[in-house]
Ligand binder design. Structure first.
Ligand code: HEM
Length: 633
């Protein structure tokens, strides 16, 4: 149908046609990757890159050859296959856009992979069910005997008279969704199951979650499409960055993860360790306030709040992890933040999101190249940092994460073999997990405060009462700022930083009367849970007062609000993250009055989301600050 002739297995490649197509599909949905966070790495991925590059080349040459053959034999044919039809379109110029050989190759590739993968799966599943249910098989055979008879085979024209066959096929497709999760985009504002869906939002239609059931309903909005088969490709790409690293976030539950996790919680995220960075945090936050004040200095200046917050967060992270700030150029001439952002963007590369799992491999070489490049940059950078720390030895008073881990390595106190590669893996985890998340949470909370000036005023009033206008906020004030606590909770509820989190069932269990088999992959849809109208009245609204007098907390005990997850895989840095978010929001709101630029009304401020590791704002948050304290910053 596509090429006008059958291709022998060896024509595409010595491995065989079907084997190569299967390999593409397999790479797109490599199952071991589904367990992980978007930014998390898997070991031994470079093999995948090589296979993808290799496959891409094989297909390109094959399709070029087929198009050439068709160009040569064109006028001799009576019936036109897909290639002829597309060559006609190319030559007639009737396409409404520039349509050339590369478009033909792309479409052929999609046809091939989509067609070869899907229909046989459906047929295979339906036959499986028929074998599992002999009475259905019998009933279908009976219908066939009556309609077709035993004297001839089935013709296409018989199909419309085969009602039971129709039911069997429908039921097979229902039970075994061939493409279980399909990405779509809302073309107009609409309401589905009482969720308001904005025009342009990305929606994941979940036909089944990997267990064969739908646990939390529709995965709405622009989540990182982890449930989506196409996302597997995105994950493959990001995983390549940490290909040589064996990090914690991506590790499966088991002794390796347990050891790494224990090491991090005991040494990096203990209360004592978090407190040891308190004065560093104070200095950095005050520096930002000072620079904002100097920048605006009695004029009304629009500042890029998103950039300020992300820069402060990057500095705080570098100081805590590496013991010094890294200038933008230290990691690479492209700049530190730009590179971390690139990791994030590659994880959610938009051209892949639009496709089905099996599509898009064609344009992978550019991405692969960028990933390999990034992987090397990060590795060199981390090696350099460890070397610097080894050289400067014991001269330091306060220990950053690298010192702490070198101590562990040298003392041999880790319960497992702990070497440089483990240090690099943890450092990478910390960088990626810390850079995007806290800054995103702060950005969303400030967005909501700007959209709700009465909440901003009420928070400022609390700050005036508890802290006063004669000084800045200190970390020790935080426990007395109850309204701040409600504002932060509500911000984290409405804007789940990590909206969709994958887990794996470690034993057979039953959830909401769904049986979940041991080993099944389950997507926890925090976004849907935190906006569930059955739990939260007016879930789409920003209403901090909903927490007044409520005992619901955000530390993983109350399952309706889990911004940091729950249980043994919950965020190990939760305590630190809460302090950071509360302190920075409080300081910015306490030190400045904020106004939107160009006379924009609060309700006009957009809440469009950017698809990435953390679901941040799509557009930078811009606002005009006016200093309001009675002391000089
Ligand atoms: C507001 C900020 C943050 C939010 C909302 C957040 C949220 C989360 C969530 C939802 C998870 C997964 C939980 C699950 O699997 O159920 C997670 C895991 C993790 N987070 Fe955070 N996080 C934040 C900040 C941080 C920071 C600052 C760091 C490091 C300095 C960090 C390090 C990690 C690590 C290492 C894991 C993986 C733990 C494991 O797999 O055992 N997070 N975080």
């Amino acid at each position: 149908m596509v090429f006008g002739k059958k291709y022998m297995d060896e024509y595409l490649d010595k491995r065989g046609f079907k084997a190569v197509v299967n390999e593409v599909e397999h790479l797109a949905a490599t199952p071991n990757l589904g367990d992980f966070f978007p930014f998390l790495g898997v070991i031994d991925l470079q093999g995948l890159t090589r296979r993808l590059k290799d496959l891409s080349k094989v297909f390109d040459e094959f399709l070029e050859k087929i198009i050439d053959e068709h160009v040569q034999s064109r006028d001799q044919k009576q019936s036109k296959d897909f290639v002829d039809t597309m060559l006609d379109i190319m030559q007639s110029g009737e396409a409404e856009f520039q349509f050339d050989r590369s478009h033909i190759k792309a479409i052929l590739f999609e046809m091939l992979i989509a067609a070869i993968g899907t229909s046989p799966s459906a047929i295979e599943w339906i036959l499986t069910e028929l074998l599992r249910h002999p009475h259905v098989m019998k009933k279908l055979q009976k219908e066939l005997e009556q309609v077709v008879g035993l004297e001839k085979m089935v013709k296409e024209s018989d199909l419309e008279n085969l009602n039971y066959l129709d039911m069997v096929v429908k039921e097979g497709l229902r039970l075994h969704a061939v493409a279980p999760v399909a990405p779509h985009k809302a073309m107009e504002d609409c309401v589905v199951n009482s969720f308001h869906i904005q025009i342009g939002s990305r929606i994941m239609i979940t036909f089944m979650l990997f267990t064969g059931i739908q646990i939390f309903g529709l995965n709405l909005k622009s989540f990182f499409p982890r449930g989506c088969p196409a996302m597997q490709l995105a994950i493959v790409l990001v995983d390549l960055i940490v290909a040589q690293l064996r990090n914690m976030i991506s590790a499966k539950h088991g002794p390796y993860w347990r050891n790494m996790r224990k090491l991090c919680t005991q040494h990096l995220f203990s209360n004592q360790k978090i407190n040891s960075f308190q004065s560093m945090r104070r200095q950095q936050v005050e520096l930002m306030i000072k620079s904002l004040k100097n920048e605006t200095c009695d004029h009304r200046v629009v500042v890029d709040l998103s950039a300020k917050i992300s820069s402060l967060n990057a500095d705080l992270t570098c100081l805590m992890v590496f013991g010094k700030k890294y200038m933008d150029e230290d990691l690479d001439k492209r700049g530190f933040k730009a590179l971390v952002k690139e990791v994030d963007e590659l994880a959610a590369t938009p051209n892949l999101e639009d496709f089905f799992p099996f599509l898009g491999v064609i344009d992978l070489q550019g991405l692969t190249h960028r990933l390999k490049d990034l992987s090397k940059v990060f590795d060199d950078f981390l090696e350099k940092i460890i070397d610097e720390h080894v050289q400067s030895g014991d001269q330091k008073q306060s220990k950053d994460f690298v010192n702490t881990m070198l101590d562990i390595m040298q003392s041999g106190e880790a319960e497992f073999q702990f070497g440089r590669s483990h240090i690099k893996a943890i450092l990478f985890d910390m960088l990626v997990a810390a850079m995007g998340t806290s800054a995103t949470a702060i950005e969303w909370i400030l967005t909501e405060l700007l959209r709700h000036p009465h909440v901003m005023k009420k928070l400022q009033k609390e700050l005036e009462e508890v802290v006063g206008l004669e000084r800045m906020v200190k970390e020790s004030d935080l426990e007395n700022l109850n309204y701040l606590d409600m504002v932060v909770k509500e911000g984290l509820r409405l804007h789940a930083v990590a909206p969709l989190v994958p887990h794996e069932a470690m034993e057979d269990c039953v959830v909401n009367s769904f049986h979940i088999q041991n080993g099944s992959r389950i997507m926890i849809n925090y976004y849907a849970v935190q906006r569930d109208p059955n739990i939260w009245p007016e879930p789409e609204k920003f209403l901090p007062e909903r927490f007044a007098g409520s005992s619901i907390d955000i530390r993983g005990h109350d399952f309706q609000l889990l911004p940091f997850g729950s249980g043994r895989r919950s965020c190990p840095a939760m305590q630190l993250a809460i302090v950071l978010v509360q302190l920075i929001v409080a300081q910015l709101v306490h030190c400045f009055d904020w106004e939107l630029p160009n006379g924009m009304q609060p309700c006009e401020l957009d809440v469009e989301e950017h698809f990435g590791l953390a679901t941040s704002r799509a557009n930078h948050l811009m606002a005009i600050p006016t200093y309001r304290l009675n002391i000089n910053a």
